[in-house]
Design a protein around this ligand. Structure first.
Ligand SMILES: [Zn+2]
Length: 239
C-alpha cells in the first residue's frame, strides 16, 4: 500500500518495511523476518519494480524482525546493506544487542511469537557485508534518506527521514503497535537496551519535519513527529 509520495508499505502481522522509489531505483528500509521474501517480491511488483532495481537496504536497527531478508537482498539484488555504526557489529555477527523487555502475557504476544516462529524471526541471520552510517548522514540513495540516531531500543537504533516526501520512518524508536501488549498508538517499544535512553531519544524525533510517521511496528501515524512523540510521552508509566 502506498503511504506517502513514492513510498510503499510492505506489511504482515507485526512486520513493516518500506520501499522508497526514485527514478526507477529503490531504497528498502528494514527487511522483516527471514520468511518475508515473498512480501518483498510482491511489494516490488505493486510498484512496477524488480529485485534488480534495489540500490540498498537501510536498516533501522539490528533486530531479527528487521533484518530477516537483508542478507538475501544484499547478495541477490545485489544491493548494499547499511546500518548505524553502533549496531554494525551485531548485524555482522548475527547477535542480538543487549536488552530486556516488559513481559506480559497477552493474545498479541502469542500471535507475535507464533508469527516469529513461522517466519524464522527468532534467530537473527547475519549480514556478511554491511557499511555503517552516523547521525546526520544523508545517504546518496533513492529518496536521500537522512539518518537520525535515536538510541535506546538498541545502541544503534535510528529513524530515517525522507524530508522531500514528508515521511519519517521511526523504526522501533517510536512504534504504533506494542508487540507484547497489543496496544495501539504511539509508544516506545517494550523491548530495549536502555529504557531511559529510549525515552530521551524521543526528543531527537519531535522537531523533525514530516507529516507522517511510518513505524517499525503498527499502522502509519498521520501526523507530525511532534504529535506522535507527545502521545508516546503521555503513555509512559501506564502500559
Ligand atoms: Zn526492534
Amino acid at each position: 500500500m502506498q503511504v506517502a509520495d513514492r513510498i510503499e508499505r510492505v506489511n504482515e502481522n507485526i512486520v513493516n518495511f518500506y520501499l522508497v522509489e526514485e527514478a526507477g531505483r529503490v531504497t528498502v528500509v528494514d527487511a522483516g523476518m527471514p520468511g518475508n521474501w515473498g512480501l518483498l517480491v510482491d511489494g516490488l511488483a505493486r510498484i512496477g519494480r524488480t529485485l534488480a532495481d534495489i540500490e540498498a537496504v537501510v536498516l533501522t536497527h539490528a533486530h531479527s524482525d528487521h533484518v530477516g531478508i537483508a542478507e538475501r537482498i544484499r547478495s541477490e539484488a545485489p544491493a548494499e546493506a547499511r546500518i548505524h555504526d553502533a549496531d554494525l557489529e551485531f548485524l555482522i555477527a548475527g547477535k542480538r544487542p543487549p536488552g530486556g523487555m516488559d513481559l506480559g502475557l497477552s493474545r498479541r504476544l502469542l500471535s507475535t511469537l507464533a508469527y516469529g516462529l513461522r517466519n524464522g524471526g527468532i534467530r537473527m541471520p547475519p549480514v556478511s557485508v554491511a557499511r555503517g552510517f552516523a547521525d546526520g548522514d544523508v545517504l546518496d540513495l533513492p529518496g536521500s534518506p537522512r539518518i537520525v540516531h535515536a538510541p535506546g531500543h538498541t545502541p544503534g537504533s535510528c529513524a530515517i527521514l525522507f524530508e522531500s516526501r514528508g515521511a519519517l520512518m521511526s523504526g522501533d524508536s517510536l512504534g504504533t503497535l506494542d508487540v507484547v501488549s497489543g496496544r495501539t498508538g504511539p509508544s516506545i517499544s517494550p523491548f530495549r537496551t536502555d529504557r531511559a535512553q529510549a525515552i530521551a531519544s524521543l526528543a531527537r524525533l519531535e522537531g523533525l519535519p514530516a507529516t507522517i510517521v511510518l513505524p517499525g511496528h503498527g499502522e502509519p501515524f498521520a501526523g507530525s513527529p511532534a504529535e506522535a512523540v507527545a502521545q508516546a510521552r503521555g503513555r509512559l508509566g501506564r502500559r
